[in-house]
Design a protein around this ligand. Structure first.
Ligand SMILES: *[C@@H]1O[C@H](CO)[C@@H](O)[C@H](O)[C@H]1NC(C)=O
Ligand SMILES: *[C@@H]1O[C@H](CO)[C@@H](O)[C@H](O)[C@H]1NC(C)=O
Length: 993
């Protein structure tokens, strides 16, 4: 059957021709596809595609690579080219394509599904563009795909859940998109997967069980994915793992005590901002390659018991905002071992319960250490002078501890220092002149100590400083003129509450960028320099309680940005300048001076709540509400005009919050900033931790506590909504009504109760304000996370109630968890004393948070008995929810809370308030439910709204039983919270929805 020679030549020629035809036409189609791709590019600033024209064969076009023999496009590489436009579906026609690199351009529109036809495709990198729409589902079927990188786009919808176990994908990067709908379990089929980056996609859901098949996984980043549920323990068995990042989720669980034994190659462990609890794993010292350990913002407790000395590569150690330590000296035993970590750069142990001292070995720490953050804790002792060895330090915060002694001179050696926070300790002695060597300092806070002597003139070399806080010390003498040369001061200069004296020099005009100037409560004297008018950035000027005299210079009219001016308690005289009417002031306090003559009526003077002018005996006129005498043409006659206006003494509006130890305002900023720069949380926290909140600021964010922002009123307080313009964060501000008897006590109770507790089902206090308002009254407020879904009361009893059974059970569980924490898990025993629907707030995800600790009582654990010694004759709590024994003057106890919880539970299931008229005279909600249980007619008492669903009667019955047993009349017969938790989570209701 052999062909003769000429025939075979013919056949070969024919075959070649045919192949040529096939290739030829496809090659043409590649060229066509490339031109189509080019036609969709609307801007090519770098001329990346100028070579794409007929003068060159397309295989020689820039970014195009062809196979040597078949001349088909195998690679398209236009990375970093600044291309703007969309991606043509024609790309799917280049069937020989193996590599597509289009990352770092500005391509928008959707990813063409035609890419899914490229069955030879090995790598697709479209990261760092602006692609929108969904990830084409068929992409997961490119059989040869190894690397898929779509990070940093705007992709939305679900990740396809069609990954088959035949695929060999090793790299998948989808981070920084708007992908939702959970992590698809089929990713677990990709047993070759080594790297998975999903960070910053609001996926939600859980970590799928199928992930336990990912035995080759080396790096996994699931940070900020909105993940919930238990962190699966198999993740600690993936022995190839080098990087594990699940930070910023709502994951629960504890860290295994053998962490690192099975995963010795971990270089980073990021568990920060989650709900992890339990203890620090001592075995961490086995991760000898560890560079980053972040456990911040969890509920970890106990001893930090490990030898860090074996972690030679450790660079970043973040343990802040947990409950480590127990305020005793031993808490810092771990610290010295860090001196062996020769690569340590950042160390944040702030916001724990750590007692102890900074050991002398601090001086042996890595010279690379740049951040040292310990605030707040319970550290004591003095700063070891060896700190001067740590030449790499750029930021040190020792604030809000109990440090004592002098600042060592050696601190002046820290040439790189930019941030120095020593506030709110017990430091004494003089401010060492050597601090002047620190010419890079940006922020300095030494306030709230006992520093004495003069302000050293050497601070004149702080040429970059923007914040200087020295208030609340014992500094004396005059202010060195060098301070007025610090033209960089832009945010704040606060020297208040010292014994400083002397006059304000003309050079004050150098402070042109300064926004807050507070020299109040000192002994400054003399007339105000007219050059103060050059400080045109001033927004807040407080010179109260000094010895200033003379009249206000006319040049001040140029200070158009002023919002608050407090000049009270000086000896100013002359007329109140009329130009003050033109400045858009929000607060003006001129009281306790010798101003005379006519009070203007416009601008700020039209608003009695924004001004105070009392104790100026020779004023007249003004708006009628001021009750001043009319001005006569000869206004020389001075009669006493101290009328009883409602305002009392106005003292300086203190910028400081005296409630130390509470979570600082920094939390807000931290959460806001961390979205942008996750890897530097500590720095941000440190940087902002002194932006304490003032009355003025709260006044501003609530638009003057306006009625539109009022979201609720209670017995002791009004709650306002406020928005911080600078970061868009919404908060709820609870302003205590201190005139009501008990208001102050309620504030203190709440502060005390909330000081050290944090739980996902408790309302979180962001900061507190303890200050004085513009009328001179004490002002106390607490700032909370805003709960967009309001309180449970309004959900339960509104006409169009939409809480279904699943939601109600979820809330019932949430409240149980909160009580469990308060009664058993927060160190003390805290009795809430006022549990009721209006005190249960719902966040955006309908997660319940127990709030209002105004009646809370802390029972000390040591007393053994949960009953408190103080005999309480006040009726606690709210009628209907308070247990019967409180009415008899009994002491508060956890079983009292259980009663309220039981009533709450019954109310949620029956839809009946305990004070419903039907319960008048005898039969209460408890008996009503118990009787229905006994009679087996549960469905008759259940909230009709719930009956429209397919309810499981047994489930309802079990729940009502819990409610009934909690609300028994006799405290001894009530369930405790442990049993309730067991019932709710044990078996019956374990699975949600
Ligand atoms: C992205 O591309 C631009 C040029 O368009 C280049 O300047 C920049 O460095 C690239 N970015 C990265 C991260 O490669
Ligand atoms: C892939 O994973 C999913 C879910 O884990 C599973 O249902 C499916 O059968 C798997 N497919 C293959 C082809 O292995």
């Amino acid at each position: 059957m052999l062909l003769s020679k000429p025939e075979s030549v013919l056949v070969v020629a024919l075959v070649i021709h045919l192949i040529g035809a096939v290739y030829g036409s496809s090659a043409t189609s590649d060229q066509l596809a490339l031109l189509e791709i080019k036609s969709k590019i609307t801007d090519d600033p770098q001329g990346a595609l100028t070579s794409w024209n007929d003068s060159l064969p397309f295989c020689q076009w820039r970014g195009v690579t062809c196979g040597r023999r078949h001349r088909r496009v195998t690679m398209l590489d236009l990375r970093n080219s600044g291309l703007v436009g969309s991606l043509s579906p024609y790309i799917g026609n280049m069937s020989f394509l193996r590599y597509i690199f289009l990352y770092n351009n500005t391509l928008h529109g959707s990813i063409p599904p035609e890419i899914g036809h490229l069955y030879r495709l090995k790598e697709l990198s479209l990261s760092n563009n602006s692609f929108t729409g969904e990830i084409p589902a068929n992409m997961s079927s490119c059989p040869k795909l190894r690397k898929l990188n779509l990070q940093f786009n705007k992709l939305s919808g679900k990740i396809p859940d069609t990954f088959s176990s035949k695929l060999m994908i090793t790299y998948m990067g989808l981070a920084k998109n708007d992908l939702t709908g959970g992590i698809p379990p089929s990713i677990g089929n990709l047993t070759s997967l080594e790297i998975l980056f999903l960070t910053y996609c609001p996926l939600g859901g859980i970590i799928p069980d199928s992930f336990n098949q990912l035995k080759n996984l080396r790096k996994i980043s699931l940070g900020a994915n909105g993940l919930v549920g238990a962190f699966p323990s198999f993740m600690f068995n993936l022995s190839m793992l080098e990087g594990l990042d699940v930070g910023e989720n709502k994951l629960q669980g504890s860290l295994p005590s053998n962490l690192c034994l099975t995963q010795p190659h971990l270089t980073y462990i990021e568990f920060g901002i989650n709900h992890f609890n339990g203890f620090f794993p001592p075995s961490i010292s086995n991760c000898s390659e560890l560079e980053t350990l972040s456990l911040s913002f969890n509920y970890l407790k106990g001893e930090i018991a490990t030898n860090f000395g074996r972690l030679q590569h450790l660079k970043r150690l973040y343990l802040a905002v947990n409950n480590f330590g127990s305020k005793v000296l031993d808490d810092m035993n771990f610290f010295s071992s860090l001196s062996n970590c020769t690569n340590l750069e950042r160390l944040d142990i702030g916001d724990n319960q750590l007692g102890g001292v900074l050991p002398n070995s601090l001086g042996n720490f890595s010279s690379k250490l740049s951040l040292l953050e310990t605030s707040p804790n319970y550290l004591s002792g003095s700063i070891p002078s060896s700190i001067g060895n740590l030449l790499g330090l750029t930021a040190v915060s020792l604030s809000l501890n109990s440090f004592t002694g002098f600042i060592p001179e050696s601190i002046g050696k820290l040439q790189n220092l930019q941030v120095l926070y020593l506030s709110d300790n017990h430091f004494s002695g003089v401010i060492p002149g050597s601090l002047g060597n620190l010419s890079l300092l940006l922020k300095v806070a030494l306030d709230g100590n006992s520093f004495e002597g003069t302000i050293p003139s050497s601070i004149g070399s702080w040429k970059k400083v923007i914040v200087l806080d020295l208030y609340g010390n014992k500094l004396s003498g005059s202010v060195p003129k060098e301070l007025f040369q610090l033209t960089s001061l832009s945010i704040k200069l606060d020297l208040s509450q010292n014994n400083l004296s002397g006059v304000l020099p003309q050079e004050i005009s150098n402070l042109k960028l300064l926004e807050i100037l507070d020299f109040s409560r000192n002994r400054f004297i003399g007339e105000l320099p007219s050059s103060l008018s050059s400080c045109t950035s001033l927004e807040y000027l407080d010179l109260s309680s000094n010895l200033f005299y003379g009249s206000l210079p006319g040049s001040f009219s140029s200070l158009k940005g002023l919002e608050y001016v407090i000049l009270s308690r000086n000896n100013f005289s002359g007329h109140i300048p009329t130009y003050l009417q033109q400045i858009p002031l929000k607060g003006l306090n001129l009281s306790y001076n010798n101003f005379e003559g006519e009070v203007p009526v416009k601008g700020v003077f039209a608003n009695t709540s924004a001004i105070s002018i009392i104790r100026n005996t020779r004023l007249c006129g003004g708006i009628p509400e001021l009750y001043l005498p009319k001005c006569t043409s000869t206004s020389s006659d001075s009669k006493r005009q101290t009328r009883k206006i409602s305002v009392r003494v106005i003292v300086a509006i203190s910028l400081s919050s005296t409630v130390a130890g509470l979570a600082l305002f920094s939390f807000v900023l931290f959460y806001c900033c961390i979205k942008k720069k996750r890897d530097k949380p500590s720095e941000l926290r440190l940087a902002e931790s002194f932006e304490k909140i003032s009355y003025g600021r709260l006044f501003k964010v609530t638009e003057g506590f306006s009625a539109e922002n009022l979201i609720g009123t209670g017995s002791f307080a009004s709650v306002y909504k406020g928005v911080f313009e600078e970061n868009g964060i919404t908060v709820a501000i609870k302003v205590l009504n201190l005139l009501r008897r008990g208001g102050f006590k309620s504030f203190m109770a709440e502060c005390e109760a909330l000081r050290n507790i944090r739980h996902r089902n408790l309302v979180k206090v962001i900061t507190a304000c303890s200050s004085i308002d513009f009328q001179g009254n004490d002002f106390k407020a607490l700032v909370y996370d805003f709960m967009p879904n309001g309180n449970l009361e309004s959900w339960l009893h509104s006409v169009d109630c939409t809480l279904d059974l699943v939601q109600r059970i979820s809330i019932i569980k949430d409240v149980a968890c909160a009580l469990d924490y308060l009664h058993c898990r927060c160190g003390n025993v805290i009795v809430h004393c006022d549990l009721k629907p209006s005190n249960i707030l719902l966040d955006a995800d309908m997660v319940a948070h127990v709030g209002d600790f105004g009646l809370a009582k802390i029972l000390s654990l040591e007393e053994g008995s949960y009953a408190n010694a103080s005999s309480s004759s006040i009726i606690r709590g709210t009628t209907g929810y308070a247990p019967p024994e409180y009415g008899l003057g009994n002491e508060v106890s956890t079983s009292g809370d259980m009663y309220s919880y039981g009533i709450l539970l019954l109310e949620m299931l029956t839809g009946k308030k305990p004070v419903d008229p039907m319960f008048e005279g005898g039969l209460g909600l408890h008996s009503y439910a118990r009787r229905a249980l006994a009679d087996g007619c549960m469905l008759q008492i259940v909230d009709p709204v719930l009956l429209s669903e397919d309810v499981n009667e047994n489930c309802l019955i079990s729940l009502v039983k819990v409610g009934v047993q909690c609300s028994n009349e006799s405290p001894q017969d009530r369930m405790d919270i442990g049993t309730v938790i067991h019932k709710l989570f044990g078996t019956t209701f374990a699975s949600r929805s």
